[in-house]
Write a protein that binds this ligand. Structure first.
Ligand code: NAP
Length: 246
């Protein structure tokens, strides 16, 4: 799929079936990436994104995977390599908020699931990606402005998980820099997606956001595309906040 003499860019995007992940898939395709789209349950939505990628002239495969399951993660990367090509990029994006409300009332099983997807899932995917990127590559982790705001009364456990994403970005970036692998992070503020238990949360958060509005998934996708591009060749270990001033 690559132009002659040019290295094929094959990027795995977890949670690519909708929201921020879907916007990332389409933006990366427009910039010449072939993609492997991970999703959890909505095969039809994932296939719709894949069709959009193919309409842009790039290859796409969809793979149902629970990113918190190591065997699933191996299958995701095995399928990407076999059906698209050697993996050069990873966007760790699949995430869930878990229970919403003060910590004192939060359901422990929901919290555990959120920690497993947002932290263990990112680590498992990054672990496998760096093993596959023998000729170098780039990873972008999707964190959240919550990591530094703390999300009191909403989801402190989720903010803590996203702070772990920031920390793993810094540590892993140093660990693999000499291997030609860059690791960066994008920390979005509130974005209009189906992520929110209260669908109107982005409208409500607008009032306390300096820019006066929530963000669009495409505004996150552009930052991810830049961090994966050669223009970002000296950027590693950075957390890029895209949060309307929050
Ligand atoms: P979303 O619309 O809810 O989409 C979540 C995606 O993750 C879906 O593709 C879903 O697949 C997938 N997914 C969920 N659990 C999974 C699992 N265990 N294994 C594999 N895939 C799984 O969310 P979003 O708003 O686009 O959020 C994307 C990322 O941005 C998340 O990491 C989130 O924490 C972060 N973020 C979001 C906001 C925001 O305001 N939206 C703000 C800051 C950070 P199915 O559709 O098949 O279930």
């Amino acid at each position: 799929m690559a132009e002659q003499g040019e290295r094929q860019r094959v990027t795995v995007i977890t949670g690519g079936s909708r929201g921020i992940g879907a916007a990332i898939c389409l933006r990366l395709a427009a910039e010449g990436h072939d993609v492997a789209i991970g999703y959890r349950s909505d095969a039809e939505a994932a296939e719709g994104v894949a069709e959009g990628v193919r309409a842009l002239g790039r290859a796409a495969v969809t793979i149902a995977v629970d990113t918190a399951d190591a065997a699933d993660v191996d299958r995701l990367f095995d399928t990407a390599a076999a059906q698209v090509g050697p993996v050069t990029g990873l966007v760790n994006n699949a995430g869930v908020s878990g229970p919403v409300g003060p910590l004192a009332g939060a359901d422990p099983d929901g919290m555990r699931q959120a920690l497993e997807v947002n932290v263990l899932g990112y680590l498992l995917c990054a672990r496998r990606a760096i093993g596959d990127m023998t000729a170098g590559g780039a990873i972008v982790n999707i964190s959240s402005a919550a990591a530094t705001l703390g999300s009191p009364g909403t989801y402190v456990h989720y903010a803590a998980a996203k702070a772990a994403v920031d920390a793993m970005t810094v540590g892993l970036s140093k660990e693999v820099a000499a291997d030609g692998i860059r690791v960066n992070c994008v920390a979005p503020g509130t974005i209009w997606t189906e992520f929110h238990a209260d669908p109107q949360r982005p409208a409500k958060v607008a009032a306390i956001t300096p820019m006066g509005r929530a963000g669009r998934p495409e505004e996150i996708a552009g930052a991810v595309a830049w961090l994966l591009s050669d223009d970002a060749s000296y950027a590693t270990g950075t957390v890029m906040r895209i949060a309307g001033g929050m």
